[in-house]
Write a protein that binds this ligand. Sequence first.
Ligand code: G4P
Length: 296
Amino acid sequence: MAMQYQWYPGHMTKAKRQIQEDLKLVDVIIELVDARIPYSSKNPDIQAMAANKPRVLLLNKADLADAKKNTLWKEYYENQGYLVVPVNSKSGDGAKEVGKVIAQACKEKTERDRKKGILNRPVRAMVVGIPNVGKSTFINTFAGKAIAKTGNKPGVTKGKQWIRLNKDVELLDTPGILWPKFEDQSVGLCIALIGSINDEILVTTELGFELCRFLTAEYPGALTAKYGIEECQDANELLQRFAKKRACLSKGGVLDIDKASGFLLDDFRNGKIGQFTLEQVKQRVDKSENEKTVSE
Ligand code: G4P
């Protein structure tokens, strides 16, 4: 079930304060975004909150995204100073690489420790991300079966639980929940398409329409290959063809486009049509450049 959420200024202030407190306890931040929407699922404020901590960025649900685009987004965020790994938290794919980059991120700290004579002190990390990006799944999968809670330690805020990921890394067991960007309608659309906000915010039919438009433009042939329907420029017409093919009829025998859109979205979200990335690096980069110059 997709998580429903709504953020109010009060929530955000509280969440921000909590994250700022927790960040004091860790050496490295592991930020999760959804690989299908690596821009829209990323909270812009964490950058400022994280100050000078090393940052690891996981393109989670990489199994559902376009592999070529994963590479492009990886490069994009690497250029911004992140250590980036595409992962599948459900299967654990990418686990080795995650371990490696955490060690890399903390190299300086480990070095400083060594100079002070502190050896083999585990690195402390914390997971952050907007709802539904897979934070809990990541923690459960990557901590494995042998989740060993290390409990409270002197000098550490009471009640904090740490999970031993491996001999080198400890993870705070509660992830930091961030909020998505709101200012931009296309971000809302992206988040709705992957199913992370309540469909009622955007009408299902509208989402079906947008999905048809996106797929025919960016991945021509994908709908034909999956459903055997002929693609066309007109997304309304295409949605009708899909409804006909899936025999989505309402009582009076007319096509039920809302129902058809629901089926199409389900297939898309579960990766049944293929692996797609909704956001292109170029579009988003151009957009952020414009936003910087055109202030309202
Ligand atoms: P959160 O803590 O950040 O809110 O997210 P959570 O772990 O609850 O994950 C949200 C949904 O995303 C879950 O699906 C989870 O299984 C799925 N998920 C997480 N990581 C991955 C991944 O790397 N690949 C894929 N394909 N899915 C992932 P759900 O629909 O809530 O449950 P279910 O379908 O697993 O039963």
